[in-house]
Design a protein around this ligand. Sequence first.
Ligand code: ZN
Length: 677
Amino acid sequence: MSKFKRYLITSALPYANGPLHIGHLAGVYVPSDIYTRYLRMKGEDVISICGSDEHGVPITLKARNEGVTPQEIVDRYHAINKKAFEDFGIAFDIYSRTSNKIHYETASEFFLKLYNKGEFIEKTSEQYYDEEAGCFLADRYIMGTCPHCGNENAYGDQCEKCGTSLSPSDLINPHSTISGSKPVLKETLHWYLPLDKYEPWLKKWILEDHKEWKANVYGQCKSWLDQGLQPRAVSRDLEWGVPVPVKNAEGKVLYVWFDAPIGYISATRELTPDWEKYWKDKDTRMIHFIGKDNIVFHCIIFPAMLNAEGTFILPDNVPANEFLNLESDKISTSRNWAVWLHEYLSDFPGKQDVLRYSLCASAPETKDNDFTWKEFQARNNNELVAILGNFVNRTLVLTNNYYAGSVPARAKLDENDETVLKEIGTLKSNVEANLDLFRFREALKEAINLARLGNKYLADAEPWKVIKTDPERVKTIMNIALQITANLTIVLEPFLPFSMEKLRGWLNLENKVWQEAGNKDLLLPGHTIGKPGLLFEKIEDEEISRQIDKLMATKKLNDLSSVKTVPTKDAVSFDDFSKIDIRTATVLEAEKVPKTTKLLKLKIDTGLDIRTIVSGIAEYFDPQSLIGKQISIVANLEPRKIKGIESKGMILMAEDKDGKLVLVSPADKVSNGSMIK
Ligand SMILES: [Zn+2]
């Protein structure tokens, strides 16, 4: 039996400066939702807490770029993300936000408690200050040249070109992104949490007492602890955030890493007056679901904060996942390399469970993993449709056909029947054992194995043949198939809540508790089931191609925007420029030069004469489309023979980054022969 009386499940607070994508779901929210649903079905006292993380510099930067307030940014993404979670059935008990009043109060109280206990170090340091804008500059507000790779657009905390993490003082020629001015160093006072003081305690608590944590989590903690911990500032010079609640702290807010995890506490306070029971009673089991980028905050820094405060419990487990990639490339918001949840739902309406299934089945539990549309399609067509959907459909359709939907009774069981009935209980135990260890992929596999078992049972027993020779025997077969189906509604409920609700509807079955899984009499003889619909539909190749094309278009756009503009050529004198005679002209005739792919022969009216120009633009223009177009030409280029045709002059073209050619034409029609100067 569990030594805990209740559960507190937290899921990483998503940052409210962009929409959610499949990486978020796979890494954090699908596993936390499966686990929470499982505990609820078991009748445990469990609350699931989440909300938007709404402070920090990236939000203020985005607001500045868009010319709106930070509050407008977080209002926008809080609403979008809250809806996305609801749409995908991620059933938090509360989805709160750190801009709420109750959070400001909770975070201030937390800070003051540590402050009054003397847990902080006060330290003055020199930081960059923008004299024109009159404010200290967060690392992200400073840009300059990276000392490692020479990138001129490196940030004060990181060079995104070579990936080196930097501090603002490393930058060559630093400048403020707010005013563009050169920042000066100025003294500023901040409060620091002395993590080094907690190092021995953390070493024992994690490395000795929590050896059961997932290897990726334990390993990352060990590496942090082996490197040695340093005091870490808990405050920042910034306008947006929870103000530091002490004197001499004007213009200072709590640093977002200190502020955000306290958001779990304030959300619980908002949810229930009984919140202390979940946060302070040793009988509560707290579990943090997060992605690997958050391990240090949830395993080292937040526990150190809770320990310093003194009245809170600590997480019992932190089952962090690694990252999900998309089609072999890192998911990236800025490069738009992602499958956005709201776009998925408009492309695949009603198919939330297919994505939940696919993301759980290939979740990055122990190492980074890749999401591909082909695999998504295969999971749907070969597993959800061919195994689960097929078994359920056969069972329900045959029961309707043979018995008008009334569940038949079992008679004498043969050896295979006995084995299959026993296997239901075994599979339930397997699902449970894996869920208890946060092995969600394996748990899902075992749950689907129950549908596999059913499929094989029907294929071996062949009720559609036996009905002609031994109808009594078929009653037993269908009863067993129906018990398997009813059991599926329990063991798959945490994974596929939308589909199992449908299935329960067709079976006329109440919501069951977890402990009833394995029961061989969930559907009693005489119980009437309804007519089934389709649980899952095949996803066609065209739909998958459309998704892949969408990604390829993004990739092409990204490649183009990364192509550097060619630097300017050496300076020329005005006299030299004046020697070139550029004029407007109109195309009269255009045709391909025979036996060439690139050349067009154009007859043009220059206002001075009618002449022929041969131009290498055939790949980009249909000859007919050029006729009547006004163009610009170099009129005094020395004539030369191309493929035996004398070409007099040159047509001006702009060449785009991908090599595409575009005509350079006057914006309004002018007389032919007008000089361009
Ligand atoms: Zn660099």
